[in-house]
Each structure stands twice: as C-alpha cells, then as structure tokens.
Design a protein around this ligand. Structure first.
Ligand code: B12
Length: 147
C-alpha cells in the first residue's frame, strides 16, 4: 500500500518549528511519509511542494501576531482553494489566539493550539475519531510507559 504524504511548514515570517517537527515525528509513527519545509516558508513554496510531492495532508503553523496571522492564513486559504477542492486536507498548529482565528476560516480540517496531548494528535493522524482520554491512555507502570 503506498504511503500517504504530509508536508508541513512555518508560514510567512514565523520561524517556530519545534511543534511542527513533533507533529511530523508523530505522523511518521502513524505511517505517513513526511516532508518538512522548515521555518518562514512563503505560501507559493508550500503549494509548489504540495503539488510536486502529491501531498494528501498539508500542515501549516504560525505563532506570531494573531492579526497578521489571520491575514496570512486568509491569503493561504485563497491560494490553496484548488487543492482544497481536490480533496487535499489542511491542518493548522499555532498559539491559541492564532488557532482560534484559523478555525474560524472554516478551511482547516483540524487546528491544534498546544492544549492537545500527543495521543490526541496521533489519533487524528491515524484517522481515529477523537475520544476522551481514559486512565488506560496513561500507563501506570514505568515499563508500560517506556513501551
Ligand atoms: C520556542 C519558542 C521560540 C524559539 C523557536 C525555536 C524553534 N525552532 O521552534 C525561538 C527562540 C527561535 C523563538 C523566537 C521568537 N519568538 Co518565540 N516562542 C517559542 C515558544 C516558547 C514555544 C513554541 C513551540 O514551538 N512549542 C512547541 C509545542 C507547541 O509543540 P507540541 O506541544 O509538541 O505541539 C503539539 C501539538 O500542538 C501539535 N502541533 C504543534 N505545532 C504544530 C504545527 C502544525 C503544522 C501541526 C499540524 C500541529 C502542530 O502537534 C504537536 C505534537 O503533538 C512560544 C510559546 C507558544 N506557546 O507558542 C514562543 C512565542 C511563539 N514566541 C514569541 C515571540 C514574540 C518570538 C520572537 C519575535 C521573539 C524575538 N523578539 O525575537 C521570535 C520570533 C522570530 C520569528 N520570526 O518567528 C511569542 C509570539 C507572540 C506574538 N503574538 O507574536 C510567543 C507566543 C511567546 C510569548 N508568549 O510571547 N521562539
């Protein structure tokens, strides 16, 4: 079965990539092929690579001024509308105020604001419905935790 590809980048002038690399690492454990475009990537470059890599999921991040982020994400959604209509999924990760504005665009399949646990992010990447975490999600014994 051919692997699905996810690409991810920090958009515009934002250089925050720690969260993106954590996300892509989880995506690898969920069986995705990952392409990391790094910090401060222009909109055009993200879309160019998305087409070249036949990405099925595109992750973008912005952690600076919320108002600037809102404008940039609006431009991104406009320029990515063709891919969006073709069924490519888009996800956003950022600070809570920017994530709130991203969610309001109604463009992103999912937005992450840092409050979600790695298990919840992994569940999304595996296409599993988000569910409330129970005690069993938090192994009680060190050996289980290490596993
Ligand atoms: C570390 C950090 C830095 C580091 C970045 C290092 C790096 N390589 O990423 C450095 C020192 C470079 C930095 C620089 C600056 N920073 Co800074 N930084 C932070 C900080 C503390 C951490 C952010 C982070 O990446 N956390 C990693 C977490 C989120 O990862 P995680 O939990 O594993 O994430 C999970 C999920 O949330 C999800 N996820 C997370 N990210 C993403 C992304 C995608 C695409 C997806 C799908 C999922 C996803 O999946 C992950 C796995 O489960 C934030 C505070 C914050 N809360 O954002 C401030 C913060 C973003 N920075 C801030 C600022 C102001 C700056 C500077 C302008 C400071 C300066 N004067 O130079 C510069 C900006 C430079 C620029 N042009 O971007 C402000 C922004 C405020 C604002 N409104 O603008 C913040 C909010 C701090 C603050 N409270 O003031 N910063």
């Amino acid at each position: 079965m051919n692997q699905k590809t996810v690409i991810a980048a920090a958009l515009g002038e934002c250089v925050h990539v720690a969260g993106i690399s954590n996300f892509l690492r989880l995506a690898e454990t969920a069986g995705w092929r990952t392409v990391f475009l790094g910090p401060a990537v222009p909109i055009e470059k993200v879309l160019e690579v998305a087409r070249a890599e036949k990405a099925e999921l595109i992750g973008i991040s912005y952690r600076l001024t919320p108002e600037t982020g809102e404008r940039l994400l609006g431009q991104f959604a406009e320029q990515a509308s063709e891919l969006h209509e073709a069924g490519v999924k888009f996800v956003f990760g950022g600070t809570p105020p920017v994530a709130e504005r991203a969610a309001k665009l109604g463009f992103f399949d999912k937005t992450f604001d840092g409050s979600e646990s790695p298990e919840q992010v992994l569940a999304y990447l595996k296409g599993q419905p988000a569910r409330d975490l129970t005690a069993s999600d938090f192994p009680q014994h060190i050996t289980d935790r290490i596993a």
